[in-house]
Design a protein around this ligand. Structure first.
Ligand SMILES: [Zn+2]
Length: 240
């Protein structure tokens, strides 16, 4: 199966994965893992660009990141629902890609699609493992679900930050593929405007998350379960 991956990002809109975890995906590709993206919608309701333009941009961004597979669930943009048909469609794609780790949007967001994508993604990951759920594909349940925390202002401390310093240029190159969305923009998705150019805003935010682990650039994540450490002497990030 050429669509199977180790790491999978599920996002509401094309460009969401690049914005929130593009560096982590590119870094995983570089490390030799198979990486994939599922975009839940085709972006037909976006203010800027049309679905065809966004499809071409997503294809270029996919090549820039180097990810191995990118599927689109074809669910209705701006009208996402965590309902039976949507779960069935997503379960089919998860079973085809069989990821070990899945990155989802954070459950809080100003765009309703982001919040619903988070819940829909988590439910589909669980249900995909039920042998008697039905639908296409052999049952598969991912081991781990991570939430991309980038740009969130909620008082949630990241469970960890991925050092994306070596993948930052790749992340930005992928984001710049979405010219119809971002050229001249001052805000996007969960990124509130400060008057600065959007690309500079993304750089500044990435630098902030990097500073939390004393690195140039980072991407923050939250996970509900406690992380295991084998050897405390291997822990990084200076305390004092
Ligand atoms: Zn979005």
């Amino acid at each position: 199966m050429t669509q199977t991956v180790d790491l999978l990002a599920i996002a509401a809109h094309r460009d969401d994965a690049e914005l929130t975890c593009g560096g982590t995906l590119a870094k995983a590709v570089k490390a030799g893992h198979r990486v994939g993206i599922i975009d839940l919608t085709q972006g037909e309701s976006g203010t800027r660009g049309d679905a065809a333009t966004r499809a071409a941009e997503a294809e270029r961004a996919t090549r820039a990141l180097g990810v191995h597979a990118r599927l689109n669930a074809g669910l209705p943009d701006a009208h996402l629902h965590n309902d039976e048909p949507s779960r069935a469609k997503l379960i089919e794609l998860i079973r085809a890609m069989r990821p070990r780790v899945v990155i989802l949007p954070f459950p809080i967001g100003r765009h309703p699609d982001h919040r619903i994508a988070s819940e829909l993604g988590r439910d589909a990951c669980y249900l995909a493992g039920l042998a008697k759920y039905g639908g296409a594909g052999a049952p598969h349940r991912p081991l781990k679900v991570l939430y991309a925390l980038a740009y969130r202002e909620d008082p949630v401390k990241p469970s960890f930050v991925v050092d994306i310093s070596d993948a930052f240029d790749t992340k930005m190159a992928a984001i710049r593929c979405y010219a119809s969305q971002f050229d001249g923009a001052r805000a996007a998705g969960e990124i509130h405007p400060t008057g600065q150019d959007l690309y500079e805003l993304i750089r500044v935010q990435s630098a902030h998350y990097g500073s939390l682990i004393r690195r140039p650039y980072g991407e923050p994540f939250f996970c509900q379960e406690t992380l295991e450490v084998d050897d405390v002497l291997q822990l990084g990030v200076q305390s004092l």
